[in-house]
Design a protein around this ligand. Sequence first.
Ligand SMILES: [Zn+2]
Ligand SMILES: [Zn+2]
Length: 244
Amino acid sequence: MIPQHNMQIHSILSNCASREMTIERIINEAERGGLATIGISDHIDLPDPARQNQLLANFEIVEKLNPSMNVRVGCEASQIAPNTIVVDKATAQQLDFVLVATNHYHLRQVEKPHDTSPASYAAHYLRMVEGAIDWGYTTIIPHPFLLAKVRELDHAQVLASYNRDELHRILHKAADMNVAFELNPRHLRHAMDFFKELLTLGRQVGLKFALGTDAHKPHEIAYSEEDVETLNQLGIGESDLIVV
Ligand SMILES: [Zn+2]
Ligand SMILES: [Zn+2]
């Protein structure tokens, strides 16, 4: 499968992105990389009306550039507790898509489990995912299940600790609510067995997936040969992906 979309790209509006990441440069790189659709997903990590207006202003930038490819304007909104997502529903409705980051545990404002055991993180994380689905405006859950940004945590143990009955129930709910899970080939490599299981479980309930690389630099926008190889190793096909 040749990846056609990349739904997690940060522009200069995200402080963590390279200053080269103007939307114009992003589009050029995406075109050179053979992509048909890209998603601009700048961060919003705290409830902040001014920040929401900045995210919406990306529409004007794209309009002025009048690109020949499909450029979708969204955001990557942090979820700070199972029932709290930092972007307003009114803003979410105006955006083309909303990534809800359910595992930004490295941010101070994000609720943590009561203890730091892998089992507690796993249980808390599933509550976060369910909250993001219940919210009703989530398009894609980025960098799911692998809590890579939590330091000193046994990540393999977290993946093993997800209650499979709960996982199945939540994936079913996600499928019913048209919430997709992101697959980032650069993360998949670290937990291939788990993501193969996720794909199998997901297919049983009609769950869809979206591709993204969480690009912060121009060279991270296009998929590399290694990325394509990883996606093929996983066995993902066009029919598993959302239409964006
Ligand atoms: Zn993120
Ligand atoms: Zn990101």
